[in-house]
Design a binder for this molecule. Sequence first.
Ligand code: ATP
Ligand code: MG
Length: 388
Amino acid sequence: MVDKARFLIHYHEIALKGKNRRHFEQLLAQRLRDALGGDATVRLLYGRILAEVPAREAASAQERLARVFGVAYFARVETVDIDFRKIADSALRQLAQHSGSFRVSAKRANKRLPFTSPEAEREIGAHIVAARGWPVRLKGADAEVFVEFYENVAWVYTSRNRVAGPGGLPVGASGKVVVLISGGIDSPVAAWRMAKRGARPVYVHFHSYPHTSLDSLRKTVAELEILAGWHGPAKLYVVPLAAAQEAVFNNSPERYRTLLYRRFMYRIAERVAERENAAALVTGDALGQVASQTLENMDAVAKAVKMLVLRPLVGMDKNEVISQAQMIGTYQTSILPQQDCCSFLEPKRPATKSTPEQLERAESRLDVAALVDDAFSKAEIRRISVRP
Ligand code: ATP
Ligand code: MG
């Protein structure tokens, strides 16, 4: 028999009631299977999930579990008979390096056991004190031994091997969104935050080739390979924007250029969303970060589409976004040099307060529908997964 490593996975149950809860649990179990791969078994138990992998895969399983949205925290556990001495021995093995105070916290999923949780805590604690003489401290102990009784076994782990997950909701719990991703710092963070809330992202990247290089596309793909390690494989639509930008450049007032490029992006992204059955567009805008991200301009741009536009970073400072990008892993890629498609022929004095009417007027000399159709029809679709 192959040696197994077992992980006990906890999720937050707040706001999970009735049918919703069942759905959440099943989806989370499926996301865990996706993340852990074919050799894993994942079982839904009483308010917990137990995942088993071949012991040789324990380290990589641990890294993957820490990136599954919906996981509050998890721990590698030892499965022990319901015998206080054996449970204490397991705790002592797991705390071999420990010195200092400790406490035991027990929970019973099996309420028919002939002892209460406090009784179990006292008995197991007494064995540990007898073996090592560590002082018991109920508040602020240096190490905590967790014992969960389930059917006829006890799962034992300690605060030392408890690992925080990202929290949130399993991907897919909240439907689909289309994320406009630029290759920069912000949009990958926006995508991550939406995925953490259970939205499955489909991505759109716009490039201005041949006016700019395809570096931004390469960066975007590299970022998505990192994001895929969190939310799983994703689809990327790669869309040429040059023709629409040329039309804007030749026919519209300079100060609106950036905003008009954006309106094209939103319209094309809305077409992607319709095809993909996605319910919202997502951007990396933060209030006041650049001229195109004032309240007035965000509104005037978004009025080009009917669809809900979400901006999960809108209230964040740049340094907050950067530290999130570092934690996610996209930061180093996102700061590599690139020619931004919107810096192409950027206005010297961009409008900071525009209205939808002004932008509509500026578009009146363009065949907007034909330009959108044309760009959308030239979209290339790529499948992105974690880089092997
Ligand atoms: P980012 O770091 O995401 O590039 P930013 O602060 O540099 O954001 P802008 O470049 O003004 O801001 O872009 C604002 C948002 O518009 C981006 O977060 C992204 O959602 C979208 N966007 C901009 N350029 C592109 C592009 N080439 N392709 C797809 N989306 C884009
Ligand atoms: Mg940018």
